[in-house]
Design a protein around this ligand. Structure first.
Ligand code: SF4
Length: 250
């Protein structure tokens, strides 16, 4: 895993130095666990640059859980409007703030059970809070982590939940804190859902997708030389890997 993470970072530095993810920005700015919890909820299905800006604006107006718990929905909606699903998310973050105040004394809980007990907080969000807010080893699995883990052949899974369990079982704990940040940036910039930049990828020698694709291309070329049609292998592989992203987004 060490070589894999190092190879990803080297590739990104060489090909496309990435911007920090929104969660990394909040972590680096030491915005605190509550901002990271709210930032993670707001970041679902939205662009990173929007999230960081909106969280800043939100916390200028409502600096802590107590303030947000007392906020009016319409006022919060106005601030979070640049974000996808802003109406639902505005209500949700106010609800979360109220529960953090009423049940946890205004402090974000540090265990996965309490975190997943908050409205709209699933395992991915809870694990993000553990990693980025508290530095507790966990593996938040979003569509990028899920897709890349399967392409590489680290796992052979159908859902992000299965991927999380498999990675936790097979990856040494000392790497858990790095996985999300590195895989997400790699998934946004190099190992993209469509048209991954395999030709530029410094870890392709260890990648199952790359090996399968090369083998399939060789077979296809052999068939073409023999006057036959391209086989089904490449199409099947493309369908399978393309389907991973679709399944994860459901
Ligand atoms: S070789 Fe291609 S599919 Fe494999 S990790 Fe690199 S970019 Fe992703």
């Amino acid at each position: 895993m060490r070589e894999l993470l190092r190879g990803m970072r080297k590739t990104m530095d060489r090909v496309r130095p990435p911007r920090m993810t929104a969660l990394r920005q909040l972590h680096e700015a030491e915005d605190g666990p509550f901002a990271i919890l709210i930032g993670t909820i707001l970041s679902a299905r939205t662009r990173d640059e929007n999230t960081a800006k909106v969280v800043r604006a939100l916390f200028e107006r409502y600096p802590d859980a107590e303030a947000l718990a007392r906020a009016r929905v319409t006022a919060v909606e106005r601030i979070v409007k640049p974000i996808g699903f802003y109406r639902v998310k505005a209500r949700r973050i106010i609800d979360v703030a109220r529960i953090v105040v009423s049940e946890h004394g205004g402090r974000v809980p540090e265990d996965i059970e309490s975190l997943t007990g908050l409205p709209g907080v699933g395992r991915k969000t809870a694990n993000c809070v553990l990693v980025y807010a508290f530095g507790t080893p966990a593996i938040p699995v979003d569509i990028h982590v899920h897709r890349i883990s399967n392409r590489l052949g680290l796992v052979d899974t159908r859902t992000p939940e299965e991927t999380e369990q498999e990675l936790m079982r097979t990856v040494p704990r000392r790497y858990w804190l790095e996985i999300n940040d590195t895989f997400v940036m790699y998934g946004q910039n190099i190992c993209r859902p469509v048209s991954p930049m395999c030709g530029e990828c410094g870890i392709r020698a260890g990648c199952r997708y790359w090996r399968d694709r090369r083998r399939d291309n060789r077979r296809g070329a052999g068939r073409a030389r023999g006057g036959k049609k391209r086989g089904d292998g490449a199409r099947l592989l493309e369908r399978r890997v393309g389907g991973l992203g679709r399944k994860a987004r459901r």
